[in-house]
Design a protein around this ligand. Structure first.
Ligand code: ADP
Length: 413
């Protein structure tokens, strides 16, 4: 597709249509000018001939004796040959023909010519014009002139070819101009999006650092205080254990928040893929049941990968939860593992509504979300986790079928 932006496509089409109409208007104008020119030529030839022949006949009338050869108007033929655009002249009085210079003779002229020539008639590259002699009132003389239009036709044909060439070149240039405008505006949008995302990330980074600082330090003090109380026998070891676990979880959480923005530090260890899947199944099955989703986890031959177990679990969980949320109620989600020679792929497939094409390229950008209460950090985290392991994320989506592939490299033995 030449233009990604619908608005640009629409404006380009409008511009092209306007250009095309202007081209047609130009051709129409050229044709009208040429036609008017032919009509003017025919009328002025008519007026000239009428005056010339009328004056001659009037002279003959005044002469006492006129020799036979002078009464024949044929001598005018030579004079008329000096006018190259004149195809022929016919002078009639009643049924007798006084002059006929048409190449084929007036008997070969189609009857239509005589029916319509008074208004002017365009026929086979000839313009016919006729009328009665007004300059010889006592006689009913009829004059017909034919003007050659082949030059005008040739000029018009050349104008059509030239105009078409101009239209094609103009169309291509217009297309190119719009293509570059479209590309530039796409790039600008992309830059603006990245800028705003990185601004948000920077703000979040600061916030996270603040939270980490503000929470961790008091937490340490609390832990130390608790330790002291336990040693003094004021706190049972069980209660201390519970409080410590919760406090550690909080510390861990602040750490996670920091890594969203600061980048990952992963600590890979050998992880059994089968166990990973079992854990996910246990954790997410209750959620699936609430939403009446058939969550199927494939049993796989045991593969051991070098992964940061905690982060990879989080990433897989994010993708599966997204699938659940996309489905809403009643549907299927499949979690499978595919072993390739160099890689191991986690496939998460769902039969939810699918992801619109225009959203697919932004899925992994931070803060991209279509949900009212979403943060748009889930898939961003997924990509970061997978890439930190040297892998990649792929997505295929159409209506009713979405597949996310988290591809991890196999450890080198
Ligand atoms: P959040 O869940 O906060 O919106 P995510 O980064 O996890 O952020 O997801 C980004 C967007 O990707 C979601 O808002 C949703 O529109 C889309 N998405 C992700 N997974 C799916 C899926 N399986 N089906 C349809 N849309 C999805």
């Amino acid at each position: 597709m030449l233009f990604t932006d619908k608005k640009h496509r629409f404006v380009f089409l409008i511009a092209l249509v306007i250009f095309f109409l202007a081209t047609l208007a130009e051709l129409f104008l050229i044709r009208t000018v040429l036609e008017k020119n032919a009509i003017r030529n025919a009328r002025s030839a008519f007026i000239f001939l009428e005056a010339r022949i009328g004056a001659y006949l009037e002279t003959l009338r005044l002469l006492p004796q006129v020799p036979e050869y002078l009464q024949d108007l044929a001598w005018l033929t030579d004079e008329l040959q000096g006018q190259p655009s004149l195809v022929g002249v016919l002078v009639k009085e009643g049924n007798s023909v006084l002059l006929d210079t048409f190449p084929e003779g007036f008997f070969n002229l189609p009857p239509e010519v005589f029916e319509k020539c008074r208004q002017g008639l365009m026929m086979n590259e000839v313009y016919f014009y006729c009328g009665e002699f007004e300059s010889v009132p006592n006689r009913r003389l009829f004059l017909l002139v034919g003007i050659d239009l082949s030059y005008e036709h040739q000029v018009f044909k050349e104008a059509v070819i030239l105009t078409l060439l101009i239209f094609l070149t103009g169309g291509v240039l217009l297309g190119l101009a719009f293509y570059y405008v479209d590309r530039l505006s796409r790039r600008q949008e992309e830059l603006e999006r990245r800028l705003s995302a990185s601004e948000k990330l920077a703000a979040m980074g600061k916030l996270s650092a603040m939270i980490a600082h503000e929470i961790r330090n008091p937490l340490n003090s609390i832990l130390m205080g608790l330790q002291y109380m336990a040693e003094m026998g004021e706190l049972s070891p069980e209660v201390l254990q519970t409080i410590r676990q919760e406090a550690e979880r909080l510390t861990e959480l602040t750490g996670e928040l920091l890594s969203y923005t600061k980048g990952f530090e992963i600590h890979p260890e050998p992880v059994s893929v089968r166990q990973l899947l079992e854990e996910l199944k246990l954790k997410l099955l209750p959620r699936a049941q609430i939403q009446n989703i058939d969550f199927q986890v494939e049993t796989v031959p045991d593969i051991v990968l070098h992964l940061d177990r905690r982060w990879v679990l989080r990433a897989l969980e994010n993708v599966i939860r997204n699938a659940f949320e996309a489905i809403g109620k009643d549907g299927h989600v499949w979690l499978r593992v595919e072993e390739r020679p160099q890689e191991v792929v986690f496939l998460i497939e769902d039969d939810g509504p699918g992801i619109p094409q225009k959203d697919q390229e932004h899925l992994f950008e931070p803060f991209f979300t279509t949900k009212d209460s979403g943060f748009g950090l889930g898939l961003y985290l997924v990509r970061k986790v997978v890439e930190a392991h040297g892998g990649r994320v792929e997505v295929d989506s159409r209506k009713g079928r979405t597949v996310f592939r988290l591809v991890f490299p196999k450890p080198h033995i």
